[in-house]
Ligand binder design. Structure first.
Ligand code: ATP
Ligand code: MG
Ligand code: MG
Ligand code: MG
Length: 508
């Protein structure tokens, strides 16, 4: 199955189970506390809280949701390029019940889709259930109901449930939206990807790319009260999330689950290959799907390894930037806008590894490959392709003006490094004069086995903020949010030409 067919097969499956298929919400989150939409459930929070009634009959929904996890509580940025299964932007497939079906159906259907329809061998599946540590005061009870439901399914395949059901702790298996509000235990499906498939659950939740978490089923049954207690909710809900790229990897990389000799990777799927092909054409480099072992010495990576990482980071970051811009979130100087600028600058720096000299922008050249792959499912990407390109070109061109001089400054500072730590002064100069986000400097340092003196850097940043506060009041710019047509307010710099450019494109 192609990626498009896999996505469709998920949605078709739940349509057959009487779910209304809804569009992905914008990456610009509705809740004020979030940087980006980071889970499928974000857009449904009012239904869980009971402040709104779900407008579906029966009250069930399914979708694919654009998610970004590059900041805040969920931040997977550092893993990108190094492992096979974390992206900054990914699609989360999900199905929901708003006070309708509960654990029995959610578990049965998850099994039916994964095992019966997709053909994942049951002996490679591991389900986790919530097992609180009462001595530590964990909320709720052991999820016997989920255990029994999974057990019946494993037994039906002649498998021992005591091996295939693994206890999960509060961190992995109890989901909370925040300090208070709807919450509950969850049960997750993991797939053993080792060649023999005989790990007996030992790798589950162990950060191993040979045992991947693919689907989280959350059973929203409590409300966390302000006094720390957990009250049973009158209506119980289902909230699930499956990593789409992980599902593609699983299905596409194992030749229909017959060959596990190669380590499956999300990057070896047609979600990424069109972007890699274009990147190969532009750079003249070749993508090889190789990965460093965890904790490996970065300063000793081969050129081939560095190139493989650069391909993955660039493709990942292209998706994050393009989808965000299409939803009206632009690179800028503050908050989520600055997260995007940082990510873009990281991508441009990785471009140097592939030989892009900075004379002309390369990043935006990849946009058509992405739009070709995704524009059918996410029409906003197609509609705003021009704006995405213009924004990326401008952003890259502006960073190219200082990147090489900054890199030279960094190299020149290396002989002065003491105690394997780059000084706060140099890091600040790189930030202030050359536009290097601090995480980019940290990345350059990590590649050489050194650290940044963050404390000193922060002091210098604070001093600069003081000076800025004294010198000028920041100006409030009102900008049109192109995704919702709503007017949003953000504090920005009027000299930031990038925002203005995109708005022009849209107003034409
Ligand atoms: P992990 O433990 O692998 O980081 P998670 O427990 O943080 O995943 P959930 O919050 O449970 O993830 O999200 C539901 C599903 O979304 C996961 O089971 C996984 O398949 C997928 N997912 C989560 N984070 C990412 C990511 N950064 N890139 C791709 N898919 C992801
Ligand atoms: Mg995670
Ligand atoms: Mg997890
Ligand atoms: Mg999870």
């Amino acid at each position: 199955m192609t990626a498009a067919e896999i996505r469709q097969s998920f949605l078709d499956f739940f349509r057959e189970k009487q779910h209304t298929i809804v569009p992905s919400a914008s990456l610009l989150p509705q809740s004020p506390g979030l940087l980006f939409t980071n889970a499928g459930m974000n857009q449904f929070v009012p239904y869980f809280l009971g402040t709104d009634k779900a407008p579906y009959s029966p009250p069930r929904a399914a979708d694919t949701q654009k998610c970004i996890r590059a900041g805040g509580k969920h931040n997977d940025l550092e893993d990108v390029g190094y492992d096979t299964y974390h992206h900054t932007m990914f699609e989360m497939l999900g199905n929901w019940s708003f006070g309708d079906y509960f654990k029995k159906e959610a578990i049965k259907w998850a099994w039916e889709l994964v095992v019966e329809r997709w053909g994942v061998p049951a002996n490679r599946l591991y389900a986790t259930v919530y097992a609180p540590d009462k001595a530590k005061g964990d909320p709720g009870e052991f999820d016997q109901e989920a255990w029994d439901l999974w057990a019946a399914l494993f037994r039906g395949k002649g498998l021992d449930p005591r091996v295939h059901i693994v206890d999960g702790n509060v961190k992995d298996n109890f989901w909370m939206m925040g300090e208070t509000g709807p919450c509950g235990p969850c049960s997750e499906l993991h797939v053993d990807l080792t060649p023999e498939g005989d790990t007996h659950g030992e790798l589950v939740n162990g950060d191993s790319d040979l045992c991947i978490e693919i689907w989280n089923l959350v059973f929203i049954q409590y409300n966390a009260e302000a006094d720390g207690s957990f009250r049973d909710l009158p209506a119980k809900h289902i909230d699930t999330g499956m990593g789409f790229e992980r599902a593609c990897s699983l299905i596409q990389n194992t030749k229909g689950f017959t060959d596990f000799s190669n380590k499956p990777s999300n990057y070896a799927t047609d979600v990424f290959t069109p972007i890699f092909r274009k990147l190969e054409e532009l750079s003249g480099c070749k993508y090889v799907d190789i990965y460093p072992s965890p904790g490996a010495d970065r300063s000793a990576f081969s050129e081939e390894m560095k190139t493989a990482i650069a391909f993955r980071v660039i493709a990942d970051h292209l998706r994050t930037l393009s989808f965000s811009i299409a939803d009206g979130i632009l690179p800028g100087n503050n908050g989520r806008n600055y997260v995007l600028r940082r990510i873009l600058r990281r991508a441009v720096r990785y471009g140097r590894q592939l030989g892009f000299s900075g004379e002309k922008p390369f990043f935006a050249e990849l946009v058509p490959a992405l739009v070709g792959q995704m524009g059918g499912v996410f029409p906003e990407l197609k509609e705003r392709e021009a704006a995405v390109r213009v924004t990326l070109e401008r952003e890259e061109a502006s960073f190219n003006e200082t990147l090489d001089r900054g890199l030279k400054r960094f190299e020149d500072a290396l002989p002065e490094v003491k105690d394997h730590t780059l000084s706060g002064e140099v890091s600040f100069e790189l930030y202030d004069t050359f536009g290097f986000p601090i995480d980019l400097t940290e990345l350059l340092c990590a590649d050489r086995g050194i650290k940044v003196n963050m404390q000193r850097f922060e002091e210098l940043m604070e001093q600069q903020r003081e000076r800025a506060r004294a010198a000028q009041k920041s100006s409030v710019v009102r900008a049109l949010d192109i995704s919702t047509e709503a007017v949003t307010e953000f504090v920005g710099f009027e000299s930031d030409s990038c925002e203005a450019t995109v708005l022009e494109v849209h107003e034409q």
